[in-house]
Design a protein around this ligand. Structure first.
Ligand code: SP5
Ligand code: ZN
Length: 355
């Protein structure tokens, strides 16, 4: 008994302490905490899972899904901020944007690059909630390496691997970060699966929020299908501007299934099953599950009402595809239940795959 799949893990996630988030100008405690990953790890360890250390990856894995400009910025953002003295004057010890260079400012000429670290943050950040501290880069880099390590294992063994990533990734685009995400772990796993298997790959995102970063990264690529089931952004939920059913990508390779606030197991599972059927019809040869457990009833960041049994059933449906599968951790913020929700999903996946 117990979980058979490898759980890929790096201690480096703890180096990322966002120290809260700034929402409508107010500094709040935030919910994307180091304790999240530790809670998941403890639950899976108790279920008998075995842990595999993250294998550091080359920059190729990073640049398959991100602009070198973004990664170069993130790698130095904190030290540049510190060198500019901003932690002392005005007294902000996290990187926070203040000015956003909207494209309409540039009248068609090439955008300029700001020189001061305070202005530069707004070139790459698309919200004020995703703060950078001294260990953020190292943790984000370890997370994307964790996802790619899991992808390599899944394609090698033709089975299932789980990347216990933190910080999460699915809101990060090729050239911008936001939504508590810096580097897109799920997208990097998909790129690696695609490379290793040579076939079409599907990313099915069951986080409560739309996987807008993953959608944007693969929008032009019909060989990577992206599907997301999430709370309707039109009902006032992050990422607000994206995640509508009308966004269908090149050759229909993107699908969004927005759900009304309050949606529970039945309609949520029907949507997940619809994405599974789509992946099957499109003859995908590999699967990435962007696993946010924040759609659960009781999660502070979403109004969806999915149960632990619902997550288990979703796992079973996804597992029945029988594909090399990488599960990448995204959101989930209720520390008391996050571990068991992940365990239920992974057990469902193993059941579905017939392990
Ligand atoms: C990976 C992931 O799940 N990211 C989710 C980011 C959404 N955060 C939106 C936060 C909006 C401000 N929160 C205020 C809470 C008021 N109840
Ligand atoms: Zn989420």
């Amino acid at each position: 008994m117990g979980l058979a799949l490898p759980v890929v893990w790096s201690d480096h996630h703890r180096l990322h302490e966002p120290g809260g988030e700034i929402w409508v100008g107010v500094h709040t405690a935030g919910t994307e905490l180091p304790a999240r990953a530790d809670a998941i790890r403890a639950e899976l360890a108790a279920a008998g899972a075995h842990f595999v250390d993250t294998e550091p990856q080359t920059d190729d894995a990073l640049h398959a899904v991100h602009d070198p400009e973004l990664t170069g910025y993130l790698a130095r953002a904190y030290e540049d901020w510190e060198a500019a003295g901003l932690p002392n004057d005005p007294g902000q010890d996290r990187v926070v944007p203040y000015l956003f260079p909207d494209p309409s400012l540039f009248s068609g000429f090439p955008p300029t690059t700001a020189t001061s670290p305070s202005a530069r943050a707004g070139q790459f950040a698309y919200d004020t909630m995703t703060l950078i501290g001294p260990g953020t880069w190292e943790a984000a880099r370890a997370a994307i390496d964790t996802a790619v390590t899991a992808a390599a294992l899944a394609s090698r063994d033709g089975g299932l691997a789980y990347a216990l990533t933190r910080p999460p990734g699915h809101h990060a685009t090729r050239s911008a970060f936001g939504g508590s995400c810096y580097l897109n772990n799920s997208a990097a796993a998909a790129a690696r699966l695609r490379r290793d298997t040579g076939g079409r790959v599907a990313v099915i995102d069951i986080d409560a929020h739309h996987g807008n970063g993953t959608q944007a990264i693969f929008w032009e690529d019909p060989e990577v299908l992206t599907g997301s089931v999430h709370v309707d952004p039109g009902a006032g939920w992050f990422p607000h501007f994206l995640g509508f059913a009308s966004e269908t990508g090149r050759e229909g390779s993107n699908r969004n299934l927005p759900l009304a606030p309050g949606t529970g197991d039945e309609a949520w599972l029907a949507a997940v099953t619809e994405l599974v059927a789509w992946a099957r019809d499109q003859r995908t040869g590999g699967l990435v599950v962007a696993l946010g457990v924040d759609a659960a009833a009781g999660d502070p960041e979403s109004p969806l009402q999915v149960s632990a049994n619902g997550y288990r059933a979703a796992g079973r449906a996804l597992g029945e595809l029988g594909l090399p599968t990488v599960v990448v951790q995204e959101g989930g913020y209720d520390l008391a239940t996050i571990g068991s929700l992940v365990r239920e999903t992974l057990e469902g996946l193993e059941e579905g795959m017939g392990a």
